[in-house]
Write a new protein. Structure first.
Ligand code: CA
Length: 229
């Protein structure tokens, strides 16, 4: 049976559009327009393969739903938010969401993100195939994981894509705009600051492994560079 995606969205037209694209990509879907109902549905089971979660919802907002779900399940959650400022704020919160997309999104991009989330969830179960990248880093493409000094980094999919890119060309300076293009092929109005938020989170996760090693250097007025030691 194909994977079931739970779409939590209070805009009926948008929900219908997203579901059309999901069905075209071979998924099944279920739709709820209310945050509280979504939480009840997830508590009751059966668990969907992934959840698309809007932030502004009647009943209970998407952030509260996400936090509450994480108390009992690690089902992949993709949060949708209508405002860039909100996306910035979301990145600072440790909600346990797996990925974020900013509205308006293209349904095609959304489906690509869902597929990436599912690959990642499956990769967590499969045996890792780690490719050494230098500097003590190793990348597991199938599982979308990066290991540093034998410690798996708990990266979101966006953080994974960013760090993988930096790792592919250590010592090269990437401009913020380039990094943004690489991670959000389709986004029109996401600000450069979103890159800064992601880099901050990656640095924090690296610092949890070794607080003394400076891996990602800021290049003033330009962007970022990965330095391997
Ligand atoms: Ca909404």
């Amino acid at each position: 049976m194909s994977d079931l995606i739970l779409v939590v969205e209070d805009e009926p037209k948008l929900a219908a559009l997203v579901r059309d694209y999901l069905h075209a990509a071979g998924f099944r879907s279920e739709w709820l327009a209310d945050g509280r109902q979504a939480l009840e549905r997830l508590k009751l089971g059966p668990m969907p393969a992934a959840v698309l979660l809007d932030v502004m919802l009647p009943g209970l907002d998407g952030l509260e739903v996400c936090r509450a779900v994480r108390a009992f399940s690690d089902v992949p959650i993709l949060i949708n938010s209508a405002r860039v400022e909100e996306l910035d704020r979301l990145l600072g919160l440790e909600l346990g969401a797996d990925d974020y997309v900013c509205k308006p999104f293209s349904p095609r991009e959304l489906v690509a993100r869902v597929k990436a989330l599912l690959r990642r969830a499956q990769g967590r179960l499969a045996p890792a195939s780690l490719v050494p990248m230098g500097g003590g880093f190793a990348v597991d493409e199938a599982g979308q994981r990066i290991v540093w000094r034998e410690q798996p980094l708990a990266l979101t999919p966006v953080e994974f894509r960013l760090l993988r890119q930096l790792l592919q060309q250590p010592g090269r300076v990437f401009e913020r705009g380039q990094l943004l293009d690489l991670i959000h092929e389709d986004f029109r109005d996401v600000s450069d600051r979103v890159v800064d938020s992601h880099i901050k989170n990656i640095r924090r996760k690296l610092a949890a492994v070794d607080g003394d090693a400076v891996c990602i250097a800021s290049v003033y007025g330009v962007g970022y560079r990965l330095d391997l030691t």
